[in-house]
Design a protein around this ligand. Structure first.
Ligand SMILES: [Zn+2]
Length: 353
């Protein structure tokens, strides 16, 4: 039985799930003006991490080498573990060295665009999401989405005794011992998401949210063939979502609409999807912190709201100040059950649309 999402006092408490792939970090990097180190694709890693001579010295031909297939073979055959470990440590060091610039980045907008009922799940190893999450805590406090790392992350460490995850370099919040860096899960064909307890928990959290989500935004994630398993793990729970026929999928990606339709068709219910090439034109950034509420009002109540698009800010402080009234409204709803304003269009405005 499908279950109708509710809208009480203009509030919808179903989760918004945001899924991030490499394209999100590349978009963030281009948006902040290409300062700092370039973000390599898996194929570019050979040059960026100066791996060519290392691979040749180990007796492999590198002309026209497909790095992803090469790594997959190295890892699954177990033929040259020294080389595999060396490659992995170079990758780890490189991604650990990346930092966000001081200006507001797409990652800052992203963590501020969602509430504590929502989730951002990322396939990326880079530290940008967690860095943005931490530096915006001054304004969000606990009113921020859950974040999960589906392939591990250089900024995350785990205490295996307590099964606690935290920021790499800090001590375990429970037992006080130093934590181990989380493993990075490589894009190989045969991945087992259940092998590592930390990764398994991250997937469980995502799957629970997807199963109840009302909005799914897929940002810069191309669902590569090496991620067949990831795709089926998500699709399985998404298809069981009781609100699926009311839910919306949004794909933010520079590829053509036709390509995106063919990649994500399985996730769409009928025509309930939208695409955007620029995240600032996405529904998520058009109704920051109110995406599910605004969408429920428009689609279930036929009461569309005025857009409340994120402006482009010069400083992080300006961006943080802009979300303060929205957070204050959320606090009032929690304390006094006071309605969200919502700002619906007037009847004469609706006809203009
Ligand atoms: Zn511990």
């Amino acid at each position: 039985m499908p279950s109708l999402p509710s809208l009480d006092k203009n509030v919808n408490l179903a989760p918004h799930v945001v899924l991030l792939g490499a394209g999100a970090s590349i978009a963030a990097y281009l948006h902040w003006g290409r300062k700092g180190p370039c973000l390599p694709s898996m194929q570019d890693l050979i040059e960026v991490l100066s791996l060519r001579s290392v691979i040749e010295d180990a007796g492999y031909e590198t002309a026209g080498l497909n790095f992803e297939a090469f790594y997959d073979d190295l890892s699954s055959s177990g033929k040259n573990d020294d080389l595999r470990v060396l490659i992995e440590s170079r990758v780890y060091e490189f991604f650990s060295s990346l930092t966000l610039p001081d200006v507001p980045t797409i990652y800052d907008y992203l963590v501020l665009s969602l509430r504590e009922k929502d989730i951002i799940a990322t396939f990326n190893w880079d530290p940008f999401l967690l860095q943005a999450y931490m530096r915006n805590e001054v304004v969000t406090k606990d009113r921020r989405p859950r974040i999960t790392f589906l392939h591990g992350n250089v900024k995350v460490a785990v205490c295996t005794n307590c099964e606690v995850a935290g920021v790499n370099g800090r001590r375990c919040s429970r037992c006080g011992t130093s934590m181990e860096p989380s493993k990075l899960l490589y894009p190989v064909k045969r991945k087992n998401y259940n092998d590592d307890p930390f990764i398994k928990t991250e997937w469980d959290v995502l799957r629970q949210k997807l199963n109840r989500a009302y909005f799914l935004t897929i940002f810069g994630y191309s669902a590569p063939v090496t991620d067949v398993e990831a795709r089926s793990l998500m699709l399985e729970v998404w298809k069981e979502n009781k609100a699926l026929e009311f839910a919306e999928v949004e794909v933010v990606d520079i590829r053509s609409r036709k390509e995106l339709e063919s990649t994500w068709r399985d996730f769409f219910f009928s025509h309930h999807y939208m695409t955007a090439k620029d995240v600032f034109r996405s529904y998520l950034f058009t109704h920051p912190r109110r995406s599910c509420d605004a969408f429920a009002s428009a689609s279930l109540m036929c009461e569309p709201w005025h857009d409340n698009r994120f402006p482009h800010f010069k400083t992080l402080k300006e961006l943080q100040e802009w979300v303060v009234p929205l957070i204050a409204e959320e606090e009032l709803y929690d304390k006094e059950r006071k309605s969200f304003t919502g700002n619906p269009l007037a009847p004469n405005e609706k006809t203009v649309l």
